[in-house]
Each structure stands twice: as structure tokens, then as C-alpha cells.
Design a protein around this ligand. Sequence first.
Ligand code: SF4
Length: 392
Amino acid sequence: MIIANNTRPSCGGQQLVRYSAAGVILALAKKGLDVRCVDLIPDRGGRPSDMPVKNSADVCCYAVFFGNKVNAFRHMIGARRRKKAPRLIIAFGPFASAFPKEILSRGLADIVVSHDPEFVIPALLQEGGGVISWGTIPNLSYMQGKKIIHTRKHNFHDLDEIPFIGPHLYSRGHRPAFIMAARGCRHHCIFCDRNALWGGGVRNRSVANVLSEIRELVEGHHVKAFEFLDEDLAADHQRLVAICEGMRRIKGEFYWSCSACVGSVNQETLLLMGRCGCREIYFGVESASPQVLRRMGKTYACKEIINAVRWAQEAGLKVAVMIMIGTPGEGNLDRELTLSALHEIGTEVNVRVNRLVILPGTALYRKGLREGWFSQESFFEDEGLIFYDGKR
Ligand code: SF4
């Protein structure tokens, strides 16, 4: 069994896919399967690794996302052409789950897993690696003759069952350590693929389980800094307070960072976070124009942005804000409103600017398909990156 994942260090997808892939590796190892993990990172000269030549695994699983799809597909083709081809090729991850038909009909993989691969892939492989009936397993797509079968969708709720991933990745040299306390987001921004990626809704790990993982990192691996990968750590105040209070009881000095929605934080929780080791917070602000925010599905206004940044700074946190340009209907006045808000929050804030990219599985992607801006095939051409054209 082999798991291949990952490449470019330029987007959150990297960590998310690593997170999912690491969960699959650990879950399969727990079942007694012999698992090897290969990073599809090109070497310094940009050449892909030579995994297809050396790969003799009977089952190959590929975490496929935007940044690694070209390399992942090349490896899948290489595995198929081996003298003794693997009996099963499985694709999962955000890109694979958005394009099961295209991946299956090209013969790249035998099975595409839409989400929760840590539960689904182990269910596919019995002890010793035998395949049981696929039709009974949720979140799968596969070919039966010329027909594509999609099995029922299911969100696995007991995330505490996933082995601790933070310590595993940290001990393999991944820095900083990162953990994910919940999966999913309660918001529905038109450009964001997190709901498609995690199957919709928010699923929490138990507070006790999250704290056990942090304790293992800090007390067992002497980790000094880690990052929460949650989309919005402050979404549930009661839960955040319980995690913060629990962290105070962990022995050792450590710091952490997280992302939160400006509409989710308040002064009290930010102060508590600052007292409990939070050093940096990222806000996905995107714009300060009410029209742009409304069009993107955001539920906060400029006042919340200014307050969130001010409170976080008063709590002693470093603040980074993400701004998005080239959004639907954005004009000069909208950009001026955003610039004026940035001016108000001051120069201490780290501002990161991104151009709007259309991601599969999002509302913007569905609109683009309906209106003929691109086709699904466009995402398979070269890098397949499609930027939103602000005029549409
Ligand atoms: S709040 Fe953030 S994570 Fe949630 S849907 Fe919007 S952009 Fe995505």
C-alpha cells in the first residue's frame, strides 16, 4: 500500500491534504496494513520524483489537489504502466472529489473518494488488503461497465476516531506542528471550497481529544509552536473557552496561531486566547465594501473588521488579514473602501492580497459552468488555474 500526496507550499490545501493523507496513513497502519508515504514534491530543479519507477505497491492512494494534480496524474499513469500494475488506484482530496467522472473516465483511478478518506479508505481494504463490496461503502465513485456509480454520501461524525495527526507529522519533520479541532465551516462564501471539501456543516472533535493531542505534542514531543488549521476557531465560544482553559493546564511553554472569522470573535475571547498562548491570528477579511461582502456571502461589515483587529491587537496578538481582489462586481469605489479600512487598522497588520481563483465545488464554479465561462475540461489543461474575470 502506498499513499502519495502533496506538492506546492503555496496554499492552505497543502496542509489540509497532508492532514487528510496523514489520517489515512495512520488509520491504515492501525489496521495492520503495510503503508508507505511518498511526497510528490518536485526536486530543486522542478523535476518530479521518480516514484512510478520504484513504486511496487499493490494499492496506490493519491491525495489530489490543485497544486499537485499534474504530478499526481503523471504518477498514476506511471503506476498503471508498471509491469505489475497495482490492483487498485484510489484518488481522494479536493481536486479528485470535484472531478470523479473526469478522473474515472480517463482511467487515472479505479475509485474516487469524495470526503472523509480516513474512514472510507480503511473500510475499502480489509485486513490484509482484500477488497470488499464497494457499493456498501459511502462517499465513493467508481465505474461499473460504462456507468459511473456514486455511493451514498455520509459525514462521519466521530472525528475522535482519527488517530492524532499532529505528533505524527511533527515527528516526520513537518514544521510548525498543526492540528485541526473541527472540520468544516458554518458559512457559505461563494468562492470557498471548504464545504465541498469537508462534506458540508461543522463537525467537532471533542475538547478532551483536542487537548490530548496538544498535550502529546507539547509534553511528549517538546513542541513550542503549533497552528490550528480550523477555518474558524472562534465559531463556538463555549468550546474555544474550554480549549483555552484546558491548554493552561498543559505543562510547558508553547505558542499557537489560528484563523477566525471577524464576525465570530469578541473582545473577551480574544483576551482569553492571548492569555492562553495565542500569538497570531489570521482574518479572512477579503474586502471592506458592503456590496462586495454581500455578493461573496459574507455576513459581517466594516465595523466588525476594525473591531476584530483592534481587540486582537489589544490582546497582544499579531494580526494578519487576507484581502481578495478581482471579486464579482468590484469597482473603484469598493477598492477605495477596502484601502480606507486598511488605513484605519494601521501598519502593524500584515496584509496578504490574493486574486480570486475559481475553485471546483464552489457556488462561483457552478455559476461559471452554467454561464459557459469555462468547462470542467478547462481544469485539466496544464495547471488549470482559472482566475475570476471581474467583468462577469
Ligand atoms: S468563512 Fe472562510 S472557510 Fe468559511 S466559507 Fe467563508 S471563506 Fe470559507
